[in-house]
Design a protein around this ligand. Structure first.
Ligand code: ATP
Ligand code: MG
Length: 423
């Protein structure tokens, strides 16, 4: 039996990989334009980092982590997300000692043991951004604008930014009390998970996907109802900055990130057309996280974007540029001696940055010309025994069919100049 790739993983083959490269290049360009620098952290970390940094009560930590003991009996986990690692690095590598804020981005594979389905994989890829050391609402707006701008540059349509404020620990305490009071008589109608949440973290009941729980919480008090003055003015400022920047957002009071270190702004970007898994980006402020993992009290905000889902949206909407990388010329050498000479010419041209190809299968002239056309080459460079004797190279323009002779000694220069001029 042939060995198969693990469930929930993908081989990214030529044809699709160009789409990934295009997406990744666009991401890097946007990050550079906004002054964000790349950070690369390990793909596995001490399990405790995620238990503390993502939270013991989350689905990720409770059900979805790839955890193993290494040969030294240390519990390690393949990273399920990027924020915890970036915050760990911020503390461990003392980035808080540099000028603030620190604006970072990452892009790479993440691992979650989930039920594979459309838009949901066990190895998937996230691009994310984290800004550490700045608590002003203008930072929240900048981060959301970066996401919005990236989608505009990619040409994505049908997007909506959902936005909420979950407040700070102070105003959340008031919300918790009001929410528990609202649910007190209907507690038994909630799902098992939510009955536990009722005591430990009632806010997350608002986030439950169970339709029954959603019905029970219809009309429940939201965090927006109990925001303190500071959180309210922060939220209003974010909204006014986003309006000014032309971002299409919708305030969604049910959007929550339920852990204590998530504060104030929470957001998600949804796209139509890619099916049930329509969230392509999720983020928010986490002013308590760096302290939670043992660092100095530091405000932070960031997001993570699922690249498989962004790619799915781009595919559905047909937004990719022509992925085919074209050869400029195909060198067609016939005979052993011509092959030696041709091989040297091809290498010299490649060394000058001209994309040139050559037959690798010993095919006939006719088959090689066909291949040149298939590769989209502008020119065929033909070198047979007879040309070699006369020390010339035939230069055939594959668009017009026109054919000229170039002295072999000048061939590299002539072809290089044509490539430079784009003809
Ligand atoms: P979901 O509700 O889809 O499970 P989540 O709350 O687990 O999302 P986050 O942890 O906030 O998602 O991750 C941010 C983004 O990463 C998501 O919006 C989504 O685009 C993507 N993502 C999350 N899990 C997966 C997965 N298993 N496969 C593919 N993409 C994923
Ligand atoms: Mg999930």
């Amino acid at each position: 039996m042939a060995i198969q790739r693990p469930k929930g993983t993908q081989d990214l083959l030529p044809g699709t990989v160009e789409q990934w490269q295009y997406l990744e290049e666009t991401i890097r360009k946007v990050c550079r334009d906004y002054g964000y620098e790349e950070i690369r952290t390990p793909i596995f970390e001490a399990t405790e980092l995620f238990q503390r940094g993502v939270g013991q009560t989350t689905d990720i930590v409770k059900k979805e982590m790839y955890t193993f003991l290494d040969k030294g009996d240390r519990s390690m986990t393949l990273r399920p997300e990027g924020t915890a690692s970036v915050c760990r690095a911020y503390v461990e590598d003392k980035l808080y000692g540099q000028s603030q804020p620190v604006k970072l981005y990452y892009s790479g594979p993440m691992f979650r043991y989930e039920r594979p389905q459309s838009g949901r994989f066990r190895q998937f890829h996230q691009f994310g951004v984290e800004v550490l050391g700045a608590d002003q609402p203008i930072v929240d707006a900048e981060v959301i604008c970066l996401v919005w701008d990236l989608y505009q540059r990619l040409g994505l349509k049908g997007l909506e930014v959902h936005l909420n404020s979950v407040g700070c620990p102070t105003c959340r305490a008031a919300h918790r009390e009001q929410l528990q009071r609202f649910l007190t008589t209907r507690k038994s109608e909630l799902c098992q998970d939510c009955q536990e949440r009722y005591e430990r973290n009632p806010l997350r009941i608002l986030d439950c996907k169970n339709p029954n729980c959603q019905a029970v919480t219809e009309g429940a008090p939201t965090t927006l109802d109990t925001l303190c003055d500071d959180c309210r003015s922060h939220f209003e400022k974010v909204l006014s900055l986003l309006s000014g920047a032309g971002v299409a957002y919708r305030v969604d009071p049910r959007l929550v990130r339920g852990l204590d270190y998530y504060t104030k702004t929470a957001f998600e970007v949804m796209v139509e057309e890619i099916g049930a898994q329509s969230a392509i980006c999720g983020g928010g402020r986490y002013d308590g996280l760096v302290e939670e993992i043992g660092g100095p009290a530091t405000p932070g905000i960031g997001f993570a974007m699922g690249l498989e889902r962004v790619l799915a949206a781009l595919q559905v909407q047909g937004k990719f540029p022509d992925p085919k990388s074209k050869l400029f010329a195909m060198l067609i050498a016939l005979g052993d001696k011509a092959q030696n000479e041709g091989f040297a010419i091809m290498n010299a041209l490649r060394g000058k940055g001209v994309p040139v190809g050559m037959d690798l299968l010993g095919r006939s002239l006719k088959a090689q010309l066909k291949a040149a056309n298939r590769e989209g080459a502008e020119f065929a460079l033909i070198l047979g025994e007879e040309e070699l004797e006369r020390q010339v190279l035939l230069l055939r323009d594959l668009n017009s069919g026109e054919q000229t002779e170039v002295p072999l000694s000048k061939a590299i220069e002539v072809i290089y100049m044509k490539h430079q001029r784009g003809v």
